[in-house]
Design a protein around this ligand. Sequence first.
Ligand code: PNS
Length: 167
Amino acid sequence: MKIAVYPGSFDPITYGHLDVVSRAAAVFDRVAFAVLVNPHKSVPIFETDLRLTVIREAVAEFCPPDVAARIEVESFDGLTVDFCRRRKATFVVRGLRAVSDFESELQMAHTNRKLAPEVDTVFFMTALEHSYLSSSLVKEIAAFGGDVTQMVPPAVSRRLSGRGRSL
Ligand code: PNS
């Protein structure tokens, strides 16, 4: 069985992430979202448990049932490759939006391979219509009360609406 891990902060999940995971689920038997508990970036808009709930709802809303059945959602703390080993996953899935993503993704893929030679990274090119999206921009727009409904699934937008400057 081919198992892949899709690691990230997913704070919040966007339509770009859903596109990548759906396409990965067409290639692998199982794909496990691995939600990093403590992203060192900034204060998360959604705490870990809420991020897991939101992702599960978004997958149920967005993915056809046969695809959703192959997608799991978990959190992790520590190294991605250690999570892969625990899950018996031999692939890491990442999305590439533009050339600007490439350098850091290349570094991560090589580093992970050095740490765990049995784990390979597979990239999916984010669909063109989602290639401008990023969780941090969604967060900023939502903080100023902007409309993010075209960028994130309803599971996210209904929780953001009205929170405005409190984000
Ligand atoms: O959504 P992001 O922030 O681009 O995801 C980055 C993530 C979570 C994939 C990366 O930071 C990660 O793998 N963190 C876990 C710690 C780790 O394994 N570090 C070494 C990777 S080179």
